[in-house]
Design a protein around this ligand. Structure first.
Ligand SMILES: Cc1ncc(COP(=O)(O)O)c(C=O)c1O
Length: 378
């Protein structure tokens, strides 16, 4: 008998060891982990430097609350700052980061409306759930938070039709991850940016899945030359320790004034010691160039799979990739698992591929061979 609520459809294996891209289960079987714990362990499992930093912190102090100065928060926030994005608020998850971003946008603009996109995913709390453009996430949970509307993704005219003077923010993912690995078009993003600018509406980019080097850029928006007012981060920011963050434009400083928002655990000493290593390593230009190089050659190989009848589309960027199939993705995942490769789905027919960014060429080749063999058989 279980004492857990059955909120997850769990696989029949338990992972008990990890090192880089390799994980092993309690039966001793090893796997190439091309899930990274759903895009979390971007620097690989039990990353040595993260391990050392966390161990050192564990021997000093664990938790001090936000009633005291926190130099580590200052350092990580300084590392996260980029272009106009100057100030950070730390929390504990992606949903919390999006909640905070929506609060900040409403507070700053004094407006109420929030526009997001169909098939988006922003989290499971009431605000983040309201922002999510998928009915299946909301079903059965009663009245949603008012003020949210949803445009079809990549459809600028449809977005325009929803815009009023009361729109506080437009929130979007650069690649809709959970929604099926659907990238935004560059032209669309640029139009959304200028629309927001003209309308006094804040542009929030949810980088929870796409951020922290996942697409070969520190933040995915950087590839498009746009300037969001707020980005939200989580997943890869702690490499496996729970954290979220909101990073916002300079002009928003006074809108999150003393007493307006908070979190007991947000910016915790132990988690921040992991994040400091993570942000330093991932923001390094040579590291990102290596991710781009490996991802480009892996993508070229994946594109050859398009010749198999079962493969409908290959899309994504960097190491956030999707293979849309004619069949059920869960069956392919099961076969891959039997062959020692762990993958994700994104909806029913899309296989999602998210290896650690530290994955080796050899591991990429091995994973490709397994995928190729399975998909060739259909
Ligand atoms: C784009 C995006 N935003 C928000 C979330 C929610 O993050 P969390 O599960 O940490 O609350 C996710 C989780 O998958 C996500 O992919």
């Amino acid at each position: 008998m279980t004492h857990l609520f059955p909120t997850y459809n769990r696989l029949p294996i338990e992972l008990s060891r990890g090192n880089g891209t390799i994980v092993s289960d309690t039966q001793g079987k090893t796997y190439l982990d091309f899930t990274s714990g759903i895009g979390v362990c971007n620097l690989g499992h039990v990353n040595n430097e993260v391990h050392q930093a966390v161990s050192a912190q564990l021997a000093q102090i664990w938790h001090t609350s936000n009633l005291f100065l926190n130099e580590k928060q200052e350092r990580v926030a300084a590392l996260l700052a980029k272009d106009n994005l100057t100030y950070t608020f730390f929390c504990n998850s992606g949903a919390e980061a999006n909640e905070a971003a929506i609060k900040l946008a409403r507070k700053h603009t004094g407006r109420n409306q929030v526009i997001t996109f169909q098939q988006s995913f922003h989290g499971r709390t009431y605000g983040a759930m309201a922002a999510t453009g998928q009915d299946k996430v909301k079903r059965g949970f009663g009245e949603m938070l008012p003020g949210f509307s949803y445009a079809p993704f990549n459809d600028f005219e449809a977005l325009l039709a929803l815009v009023t003077e009361d729109v506080a923010c437009v929130m979007l993912e650069i690649i809709q991850g959970e929604g099926g690995v659907h990238p935004a078009n560059e032209d669309f993003l640029k139009k959304v940016e200028s629309l927001c600018h003209q309308n006094g509406t804040l542009l929030i980019i949810d980088e929870v899945q796409t951020g922290m080097g996942r697409t070969g850029f520190m933040y995915a928006y950087e590839a498009y030359g746009i300037k969001p007012d707020i980005i939200t981060l989580a997943k890869g920011l702690g490499n496996g320790l729970p954290i979220g963050a909101v990073v916002g434009d300079e002009k928003l400083f006074s809108s999150f004034s003393n007493g307006t928002h908070g979190s007991t655990f947000g910016g915790n000493q132990v988690v921040l010691s992991a994040s400091e290593v993570v942000v330093k390593q991932i923001s390094d230009a040579a590291f990102l160039a290596d991710v781009q190089k490996k991802a480009t050659s892996f993508r070229q190989k994946l594109d050859t799979l398009l010749t198999y009848p079962v493969v409908k589309d290959v899309r994504g960027r960097g190491f956030l990739l999707g293979i849309e199939l004619q069949t059920d993705a869960a069956e392919i995942l099961e076969k891959a698992r039997e062959n020692g490769l762990l993958l994700l789905t994104a909806g029913e027919k899309v296989v999602r591929i998210m290896p650690p960014l530290t994955v080796s060429e050899d591991e990429l080749d091995r994973a490709f061979f397994i995928l190729q063999t399975i998909l060739r058989e259909g």
